[in-house]
Design a protein around this ligand. Structure first.
Ligand SMILES: [Fe+2]
Length: 314
């Protein structure tokens, strides 16, 4: 019997994993074990630190509710979500298609329908900010319009809070679903979003504080664009004048997604409002591919995982 010293233990675990029937799962677990052991050796992890790590992850799990996904937040602040997005883009985004950004923890599947030209501000108190217009087209990667594409948009209110943070499912505000017209055009009114801190009242927030980070995200509007035959586009538009545009706590900003509202834009359907024009370009969906969304509505996380497992099993 071999002595399991600080290096031999890694091989012993890999030997026991060797019979994992699913080859992809086997590869992921082997790599995770190798990196986890290397990490512990590199930092000479002590028993107290090991236990603190377990206590931290336990607290992250306990902070999750149907309205809050603390693990996604952890993934976001560690840059893992961005990395997964970037790698997914590299594999599947068509040249010329819009870059993706993070879905984040505040997406919800059920959003109210907003007619073209309508507003995301459903509650009078949220309409206190600066009203702006968002307009443009949804096209394919070459710029050909996609008729009838569906857009989900969600953002903070003037206080920098998402409706989900009220932890009351009956509160639905600053989000909406709209359908583009036959030429792929869309326009809607909203309130210019303000930057906000990621939720800092939980274990991930305490971690961010201990790292001396500001915890802020620059002002943005989340957008999910879907159309039959195209990959779901999960992205966001970031406002150039936000002081944290260059230091997003969750690393969501790409230069191609930075916008500014302006008066006098040609073709604006509401010339009386400062406007942002943005055309969203979708990648085609490869045969048999899944939507490729990184993240999910927190209340449907279990269903999303089950669907992913079923897709793998099938
Ligand atoms: Fe956000």
């Amino acid at each position: 019997m071999k002595d399991l010293d600080r290096f031999a233990i890694t091989g012993a675990v890999l030997d026991q994993l060797a019979g994992t029937p699913d080859p992809r799962l086997k590869r992921i677990l082997e790599s995770a074990v190798r990196h986890l052991h290397d990490f512990a050796r590199e930092v000479e992890l002590t028993p107290e630190e090991w236990l603190a790590g377990i206590a931290f992850l336990t607290a992250v799990g306990q902070a999750c509710t149907p309205h809050r996904q603390e693990f996604i937040l952890l993934s976001d602040v560690l840059g893992l979500s961005r990395l997964i997005n970037v790698m997914h883009d590299a594999r599947s985004r068509a040249e010329g298609a819009t870059e993706t950004s993070l879905l984040g923890p505040f997406f919800r599947e059920a959003a109210p329908e907003v007619p073209l030209g309508g507003s995301l501000a459903a509650r009078p108190e949220s309409a206190g900010g600066k009203e702006i217009l968002l307009f443009g087209r949804v096209t394919d990667a070459d710029g050909a319009p996609i008729p009838g594409a569906t857009m989900d948009l969600w953002q903070t209110n003037a206080e920098g809070l998402y409706d989900l943070q009220a932890e009351d499912p009956s509160v639905v505000d600053m989000r909406g679903k709209l359908r583009c017209d036959a030429e792929g055009r869309y326009h809607l009114r909203t309130v210019k979003p303000v930057g906000y801190a990621v939720p800092l009242d939980g274990p991930v927030g305490r971690l961010v504080h201990r790292q001396g980070r500001h915890g802020h995200r620059p002002a943005h509007i989340h957008v999910l664009v879907t159309a039959p035959g195209y990959q779901d586009l999960v992205t966001a538009l970031y406002f150039a004048d936000d002081p944290h545009i260059g230091s997003d706590t969750v690393f969501g900003v790409s230069a191609s997604l930075v916008v500014s509202e302006r008066m006098g834009l040609p073709d604006s359907p509401r010339p009386d409002l400062p406007a942002v024009r943005y055309d969203f370009r979708l990648s085609p969906l490869a045969a048999g591919a899944t939507s490729g969304r990184v993240g999910a509505d927190p209340s449907r996380m279990a269903a999303a995982v089950a669907a992913a497992e079923a897709a793998r099993a099938g």
